[in-house]
Design a protein around this ligand. Structure first.
Ligand SMILES: [Zn+2]
Length: 484
């Protein structure tokens, strides 16, 4: 006999947003998918694949944006409102698969993911299981952990396991709906708030601590284990590390959650930047005198993929004042700066023309407003979304929208050859895999912007205290997981 198929809804609003960035994320920043297009987002839900047998997946709405500044209230209400409306008419659901980041900030609100999940819970009722997949840079408040039935996150930073994590959240949900019963969760926060650039799983101690997750997950009585680093550029009480171990054996999950949390705390003062750091001037000096080519420098304070505005012009201004960059035979690529007006000016002028523009510093004026630049239009991409302005050996990419530069094709599409360049300066934190593989050497420049790595300079007022590293001499906390 064939049992009734399970019905599982899919929904989520995914963004990482810095409350220290003057950028505002609006509906135009989100890519919204619904229906078949949303279903097609998940390769593991391709018809005929194992997870579709006996399951009707009900795509509601998913919205994802490049990280940015806080989301406007109107945008959140529009997206969440549509999800809630779809849930009202979706019919009875056995489960909901929630695909989000966990570090969204909405202007005027706190712990928005907990509020969002509570809204779903209210509509689907107490018996529907809710399973969330998160980024390890999300935050897990008690309220969020309590409302969800299953919650997991990435185990790698850079996030090479993002799709495995989503699949695991979906798989665990289906398995639990089949076996019946609500799993238990051991939840504990760890009062440590560090940037992702210090907690990459490429190196210890994060590498070693995250390796323990697989070990815990394999234990009898455990369904899933997860450690969140949390998100350092939002000023909310929930922003800190957290551990959740899910399973049926309350004793084992409590003990293992404590073991993971203690391991994280024990390493709190051992986390180091994933690459050597320095001021921009120090990094450029070392890059210029090195023979390693291409030499990458992260312009880390305005990393748009962590929430920076992407138009902070401080670094560009500094590069333009360095004879080593503008008056030598070196080729330097700068990726990138957002400025739709300047992009339009360059497109109007055409390739080969010389333009004089005021570039960047219009969203995040920061310590440096728009920079005066006279340069030649070296390239225009076919979609009109980006141009290259060249002056001396410096090639500056200017874009109409905030855009990550993570792939070699992001450069080659513009006719640039990063492998042949001497220096490549990118608004990024840790290098994503393709750039990491390409870089002969790499330094992380500590620069100003909405995701400044100097956390103590940002002025957090609402995070829980004491918190490492804000209270460097804090006493050792007693970490006691709660069963939720
Ligand atoms: Zn992340």
């Amino acid at each position: 006999m064939n049992p009734e198929p399970l019905r599982i809804g899919i929904a989520g609003i995914a963004i990482e947003s810095s409350t220290f960035s003057p950028h505002r994320s609006t509906i135009d920043d989100f890519r919204v998918t619904r229906g078949a297009e949303l279903l097609a987002r998940y390769a593991f839900l391709t018809p005929g694949s194992e997870l579709t047998e006996g399951v009707e997946w009900v795509p509601l709405l998913h919205a994802v944006a490049v990280p940015g500044g806080p989301v406007t209230e109107e945008t959140y209400e529009q997206l969440a409102g549509e999800i809630f409306e779809l849930l009202r008419t979706a019919g009875s659901l056995d489960g909901v698969f929630i695909d989000f980041h966990g570090a969204m900030s909405v202007l005027g609100r706190t712990d928005i993911e907990a509020e969002f999940v509570a809204g779903i819970r209210e509509l689907v009722g107490p018996t529907t299981l809710l399973s969330a997949s998160m980024d390890l840079h999300g935050n897990v408040s008690r309220a969020l952990a309590e409302t969800l039935d299953l919650v997991t996150c990435y185990r790698k930073a850079p996030h090479t396991d993002a799709w495995d994590t989503r699949e695991r959240a979906a798989r665990n949900l289906v398995a639990r709906l089949r076996s019946g019963g609500r799993p238990r969760k051991a939840w504990v926060q760890v009062p440590v708030l560090l940037p992702g650039e210090k907690t990459s799983t490429r190196i210890d101690p994060a590498k070693r601590i995250y390796a323990m997750v697989d070990e815990v997950e394999a234990m009898d009585g455990v369904l899933d284990a997860a450690i969140w680093v949390g998100y350092a550029w939002a000023d909310e009480p929930r922003c800190q590390a957290a551990v959740v171990v899910t399973g049926d054996d309350a004793g084992v999950i409590t003990q293992q959650a404590k073991r993971l949390a203690d391991a994280y705390w024990d390493a709190h003062d051992k986390f180091e930047f994933v690459a050597p750091t320095g001021t921009l001037a120090e990094c450029v000096d070392r890059a210029v005198s090195s023979t390693a080519r291409p030499f990458f420098i992260s312009d880390s304070g305005d990393n748009p993929t962590a929430g920076g505005a992407g138009d902070t012009s401080w670094t560009l201004d500094a590069l333009l004042r360095m004879p080593a960059i503008t008056e030598s035979g070196l080729t330097t690529i700068y990726a990138a700066i957002v400025d739709p007006e300047v992009t339009a000016t360059a497109i109007r002028a055409g390739v080969g023309a010389t333009v004089s523009v005021k570039l960047g510093g219009k969203i995040d004026a920061g310590p440096c407003g728009p920079v005066s630049l006279t340069a030649q239009v070296a390239a225009i991409d076919s979609s009109g979304a980006a141009v290259v302005l060249a002056t001396g050996g410096l090639q500056v990419i200017v874009t109409t929208r905030r855009k990550p530069y993570h792939l070699e094709s992001d450069f080659t599409d513009l006719g640039l050859a990063p492998r042949d360049a001497d220096l490549v300066v990118v608004k990024i934190g840790y290098l994503e895999p393709e750039l990491y593989a390409m870089a002969a050497d790499w330094l992380l420049a500590l620069t100003p912007g909405g995701v400044n790595q100097d956390l103590l300079s940002l002025g957090h007022r609402h995070i829980a205290r004491p918190m490492y590293p804000f209270d460097p001499d804090m006493p050792t906390p007693i970490l006691t997981p709660e069963i939720l």
